[in-house]
Design a protein around this ligand. Structure first.
Ligand code: TNX
Length: 503
């Protein structure tokens, strides 16, 4: 018997018969302490049942047979157990309960009068502690409602990190009180002239709180020292003139992208032409102010400071910059995250590198990834030819880029993080992240097409034990999730190699 759960749980034992959720089923909360952790999971379950059936179940304190119990246990982990018999029990930490509820939501079949659940036992916990999705809100600005929608989708697959790529050549998306022109002038546009925008501090706090309620930690990124053209639209003294050497001019021509003009918004999607002025103390005062405000806004432990594709920055300058900026993040009490190129430098102790090379790394990429371990840190795996959600599924796909690879569902599923960089095994891997860049994305509908179903494949790579992953089993399970996604109003692509259940 294959149960329609993605990611695949650690242990499943099926029992005989079913458990019926009807209008008289109550959700009984059993909080360990008075923080109400089980209450949050209870309302997630109430909402999930209501979404599919219109029934709003009662939440109760006292018990009866046939109810669904949520037992909260104080623990700093993400484990849960699920036992469905005459009565249903979910037990776990606050996060564990939330994941248990997501599992129940996937397991049900809708009936005329409610839900049917199979009797069974599940014991489940994740493989990796860091299970991320990234959203590029710089290339295309996405409003708070869209970001919340993205959090709903990702957290249903047990992702627990939301990396927000807040700044790039095309726009600056976060209010910084000490530098108001960043948003006044640097946020007005998106790629190809799509609407711009930015998050006020209140907006950002709202996103962080919404994510936290779904057990996702926000990882904000200010991309540096490259990808900084938008800073120059606001504060020209911080950035170098756009670098237009032969390589970059040729690259822009091949990509059919315009060249940047100093001080004017950049609407193309060429890369590598911008850099902050690394040797100017004015720049460091600016960066100190920006990162201090961002650190204050961010309850999570990480600040991502970019480091990718600084093609216009001389290597020695880049390394000096990397050392100083990661040290600054540590001073602010946060763990620095950076793209893997930054491994060319001696980064601050504990810095996490994000690997975005291919599943067959070049020697440089492998060496750079390993440097984070030598510097007391670890690596998050985002190999671009399997985990990049912005790449097309096939050559004819209407949205997405294709520079890394065409990534069909099986390609997104069938890879193993611990064997990519020789010498970089699970003890050095913090986890997996699936980035979604938005040069070609104009709407939430298009975002969904890139996200579903590949994010489900990547969620399983991040959560499920290597030995429990199996493409044929995944094919069956993912196809059965279509009604759950439909009920939530989530679109997405439905590739023909999967048999999709009907709602
Ligand atoms: C490369 S991957 C980039 C981004 C682009 C992306 C498009 C990485 C760290 N940098 O600037 O948006 O390609 O796929």
């Amino acid at each position: 018997m294959v149960f329609p759960i993605v990611p695949q749980p650690s242990v499943i034992r099926s029992g005989p018969g079913t458990f019926e959720v009807t209008a008289s089923t109550r959700i009984v909360v059993d909080n360990d302490g008075d923080a109400g952790e089980a209450d949050a999971a209870a309302s997630a379950l109430v909402d999930a049942v209501a979404q599919r059936t219109g029934l709003r179940l009662q939440v109760a304190k006292e018990a009866a047979d046939g109810d669904i119990f949520l037992h909260h246990r104080r623990a700093d982990d993400e484990r849960y157990t699920l036992e469905i018999g005459d009565t249903a029990h979910v037990e776990g930490s606050a996060a564990g309960l939330f994941y248990g509820v997501q599992t129940v939501r996937q397991l049900h079949t809708a009936t005329e009068y409610g839900w049917t659940l199979p009797r069974m036992i599940i014991i489940d916990e994740p493989r990796y502690a860091y299970r991320g999705v990234m959203l590029d809100v710089a290339r295309t600005f996405l409003d708070v409602a869209a970001v919340k929608g993205y959090i709903d989708r990702a957290s249903s697959l047990k992702f627990n990190r939301l990396h927000l790529h807040l700044t790039d050549d095309q726009g600056w998306r976060i209010q910084i009180d000490s530098r108001p022109l960043l948003t006044e002038l640097g946020a007005t546009t998106s790629t190809l002239g799509r609407p711009g925008g930015f998050y006020t501090k209140e907006d950002f706090r709202e996103i962080v709180a919404y994510a936290a309620a779904r057990h996702m930690v926000v990882v904000p990124e200010i991309d540096l020292p490259g990808h900084t053209h938008a800073i120059g639209v606001a504060y020209p003294e911080i950035v170098e003139a756009p670098v237009m050497n032969d390589v970059l001019v040729e690259q822009a021509r091949e990509l059919d992208q315009p060249l940047p003009v100093a001080g004017e918004p950049y609407l193309g999607w060429g890369v590598g032409h911008s850099s902050v002025r690394i040797h100017d103390e004015v720049t460091w005062a600016f960066l100190g102010d920006v990162l201090t405000e961002l650190a204050e806004l961010t309850p999570g432990p990480y600040l991502h400071v970019g480091g990718d594709e600084a093609l216009g920055t001389p290597p020695d300058d880049f390394n000096a910059f990397a050392e100083r900026i990661t040290a600054l993040v540590v001073e602010l009490g946060k763990t620095p995250m950076v793209w893997h190129e930054t491994g060319s430098a001696v980064v601050a102790n504990g810095t996490i590198g994000q690997y975005w090379g291919g599943i067959v790394p070049t020697d440089d990429q492998a060496a750079q990834a390993l440097r984070f371990v030598e510097c007391g840190g670890s690596v998050v795996m985002s190999p671009s030819d399997v985990s990049y959600l912005d790449q097309k599924y096939d050559a004819d796909f209407p949205v997405g880029l294709d520079w890394a690879a065409l990534i069909d569902l099986e390609t997104a599923y069938t890879w193993e993080p611990s064997t990519i960089v020789p010498g970089l095994g699970d003890d050095a891997i913090a986890g997996v992240e699936a980035p979604l860049w938005t040069e070609t994305v104009a709407s939430l509908v298009e975002l969904d097409q890139l996200f579903f179903p590949r994010a489900a494949a990547l969620a399983e790579v991040a959560w499920s034990a290597a030995g429990s992953r199996d493409w044929e089993s995944f094919r069956e399970r993912v196809g059965a999730l279509a009604p759950v996604w439909d009920a939530a109003g989530w679109g997405g692509y439905r590739p023909a190699e999967i048999t999709w259940s009907r709602s």
